[in-house]
Design a protein around this ligand. Structure first.
Ligand SMILES: Cc1ncc(COP(=O)(O)O)c(C=O)c1O
Length: 388
């Protein structure tokens, strides 16, 4: 059976009614036949039938054992970090999502968890940063926003040899494109807010574990901490997943055309897109991803915030907003938006310059999107000529 057929048919038909669309069990509690005797559900924080369909679906999609749905991608990340204890260490990708950096630095450091950031595009940097206290290696691949790619299989071997868990934040790839567990990862997390839900209409997070044993630990944390995904939002993510691979294929096709257009622009300095043969990790991306995704970042030859602000404020179809992975295209300025919580020197080290612009290519026609960007970039050229 091909994957798309498998996805659609692993969403069960409701046993009770035959409903082909998963029912939304909007309930907090479940009536019991006798104390402790129930139909597998007792309280919706612990388990909910709609959420369970999503959790089983994401586990299937990622070729993992267990899946868990959280109220946000950050709540999913938080649940994984809670596997650790005070004194443990994490080795993390330096170009990490700003919210994860904030969580690690401002919440977990004060509980005695140390995080070392390295450029994980060179796997040997990971090996060198591991100490006897390292318990978790944290990758994002591709990273947000400079689309760096790490070699998951090689880093998984390093993790295993050092008795560390490897967790991959696979938000930018989505399971339509990349399955980190197949490459040896122990845990995969997603901000389901992005491609999985796909319509910019909710906030959600998912965790998938390779083993049932690890799954039980996450399940315990999910119930104990309580940041679960609501039934209606679970239903929306299930609905999004039904069209995930179609969407990601189209996002990727349009993104490649736009990345090629950006390369031809005089004002543009770097174009970061793993689908371009010029991308520094293109070969690894091609090995571990089916599609290259819908996110592109680029910066300007004149690296100033004002010029970048002018571009992000003047596009018509690319709407100025945080987030990505939805059907409508978005544009953002990471240094002032998604990555504002990262100190400028650290930000620059990982390539997030003041003029770096991130695009989330939606499902509009690629020709319209290119024209939109062309107009915005040309208006910048006019301003620069005029000022000069
Ligand atoms: C790579 C990555 N991981 C995690 C998150 C956090 O997800 P959420 O916003 O759903 O909490 C984001 C959000 O932008 C992200 O880009």
């Amino acid at each position: 059976m091909k994957e798309q057929t498998k996805i659609l048919h692993s969403i069960p038909v409701d046993e009770l009614t035959g409903a082909i669309s998963t029912p939304i069990y909007q309930t907090s509690t479940f009536v019991q036949q006798a104390p402790g005797v129930n139909k597998g559900f007792d309280y919706s924080r612990s388990n909910n039938p709609t959420r369970k369909v999503l959790e089983d679906l994401i586990a299937t999609l990622e070729n993992g054992s267990n899946g868990y749905a959280f109220a946000s991608g950050l709540a999913a990340i938080d649940a994984v970090v809670k596997l650790l204890k005070s004194g443990d260490e994490i080795v993390a990708v330096d170009d990490i999502y700003g919210g994860a950096f904030r969580l690690f630095t401002h919440i977990y450091e004060k509980f005695g968890i140390k995080v070392t950031y390295v450029d994980t595009t060179h796997a040997e940097n990971v090996a060198e940063a591991i100490t006897p206290k390292t318990k978790l290696i944290w990758l994002e691949s591709p990273t947000n926003p400079t689309l760096k790619i790490s070699d998951i299989a090689t880093i998984a071997k390093i993790a295993k040899a050092n008795h560390c868990l490897l967790c991959v934040d696979s938000t930018f790839a989505s399971p339509a494109s990349q399955k980190p567990i197949d490459f040896g990862a122990d845990i995969v997390i997603h901000s389901a807010t992005k491609y999985l839900a796909g319509h910019s209409d909710l906030i959600a997070g998912l965790v998938v574990t390779k083993t049932a044993e690890l799954g039980e630990k996450i399940k315990f944390i999910q119930n104990a901490s309580g940041a679960i995904l609501a039934p209606f939002d679970s239903w929306l993510v299930i609905r999004g997943i039904e069209t995930l691979s179609l969407r990601v294929r189209q996002h990727s096709e349009s993104a490649l055309a736009i990345a090629e257009f950006l390369l031809s622009q005089d004002n543009v300095k770097n174009v970061y897109y793993p689908g371009l043969p010029t991308h520094q990790n293109h070969e690894i991306a091609a090995r571990q991803q089916k599609y290259f995704g819908g996110v592109i970042s680029f910066d300007l030859k004149i690296d100033d915030k004002e010029s970048a602000t002018q571009i992000v404020s003047s596009t018509k179809y690319f709407k100025l907003a945080e987030s990505l992975g939805g059907v409508k295209s978005l544009i953002c300025l990471p240094c002032e938006m998604t990555h504002k919580s990262i100190p400028a020197e650290i930000r620059y080290q990982s390539g997030v310059t003041d003029s770096l612009i991130r695009l989330s290519v939606g499902l509009e026609d690629a020709e319209d999107l290119i024209l939109d960007l062309k107009t915005a970039i040309e208006s910048l050229s006019k301003t620069l000529t005029f000022t000069a």
